[in-house]
Structure formats: C-alpha cells, structure tokens
Design a protein around this ligand. Structure first.
Ligand SMILES: [Zn+2]
Length: 201
C-alpha cells in the first residue's frame, strides 16, 4: 500500500516541478509577450470545441468553449506575439475578472485569492473560463518540490550529524562498539579515514 503511494507522490512532485518552472518562465515572458496554446477539444453535442490557454502579464487564462473556426489542425498549437495582441486589453480583461465583472464573463463558479472560474454560457455545459494569477500557480506547484527539497536537506544534515557522533547515519544506532556495520539496521557506514567500499550509505 505504501509503495504505489510513494510512486504516485514522486510522479506528482516531478510534474509539479515541471509546472513550476514553466509557470516562472511564463511569468517572465508575460512581461513582454502574449503566449497562446490551443488545441481542438472533444466535441460535445455535435459542436466543435477548443481549449485555449493564454498567458500574459502574470496571469494565465484557460478557456474551454465552442470553436468558431472550422478545420483547425489537430494537436496543440503554440503562438507567441509581442505586438499582435493588445496587452492592454488582456490586462483590462484580467482587471474585469478581478473586479468580479460577471456580466462580461458569465456566471462566477469559484473565487479564491488569485483564481476565478466562470461558466461562460450557462446554457452550454463544459464552457468555462479560468483566470489564475501566475504567482498563485507558482506557489501551488512549488509545494511538493519544496517539501522534497526540505526532506533532502534535513536528511543530509541528520546523516552528517550522526556520522560525527559515531552513530549509524540511517537509524542513529550507537556504532562505537561496531563501527563497520550497524547491528540495528545492517547499514555499512563509510568513515572519512577509510576507503569507501560498496554498500555505503
Ligand atoms: Zn543503522
């Protein structure tokens, strides 16, 4: 039961780290560039749909809705523009979202600090728009990697402290009588004045 959970946590941590790096990169890019990422989504009710992710000025907007244009190529498409799109308009849209301008955006489904979710058209299920401040996304995606990093640092310091105190670096058992092998957990510690061998910890 513990092992699958551990693998899942490792995967989530790796994914979080990738998202965190991407978020920070978007954040920096968003100062001068609008990034668009889009792909056709599965049709619902016979109408073509589209997923559109736009990032600019420290905010990401995810829209899932009807696709006005036909015959788009399949798969993800990325487009970046420094001048094609009006950054001011995007910022105004973001400001409207922050001001809870529900008339403009449809019905608000969720509002937490830095994140807004709207239903664009209440008659159309699965059309929604998400606004998220990138610092919120960065913070959320930093939790798991930071937890792992803290675990490594704490473990490293604990092992060093135990080695210095002539204790087993793994379990802390007193190794003054048996310096070659821990009788408690079987670990073979490597000390500084001995050539390192296999099975070291
Ligand atoms: Zn031990």
């Amino acid at each position: 039961m513990r092992r699958p959970l551990h693998i899942l946590l490792n995967l989530a941590t790796a994914l979080s780290l990738v998202l965190f790096v991407a978020t920070v990169a978007l954040w920096v890019r968003g100062r001068s560039t609008v990034d668009f990422l889009s792909r056709p989504a599965a049709a619902r009710g016979g109408e073509p749909r589209r997923v559109l992710i736009a990032a600019v000025g420290g905010v990401v907007r995810v829209t899932v809705g009807k696709d006005a244009l036909d015959a788009r190529p399949a798969g993800w498409r990325h487009r970046a523009s420094a001048d094609e799109f009006d950054v001011g308009l995007v910022r105004a849209t973001i400001a409207a979202a922050d001001a809870n301008d529900t008339d403009y955006l449809g019905v608000r489904l969720l509002a937490v600090p830095g994140v807004r979710v709207y239903s664009v058209d209440t008659r159309e299920p699965w059309t929604f728009q998400v606004f998220a401040r990138l610092w919120v996304v960065a913070l959320a995606t930093a939790v798991l990697p930071a937890r792992r990093l803290a675990g490594w640092l704490i473990g490293h310091r604990r092992r060093r402290r135990r080695r210095a105190a002539k204790r087993c670096p793994l379990c802390g058992y007193d190794l003054r009588a048996t310096p070659d092998r821990c009788p408690e957990c079987g670990a073979v510690p490597v000390s500084n004045d001995r050539a390192s061998g296999s099975g070291s910890v």
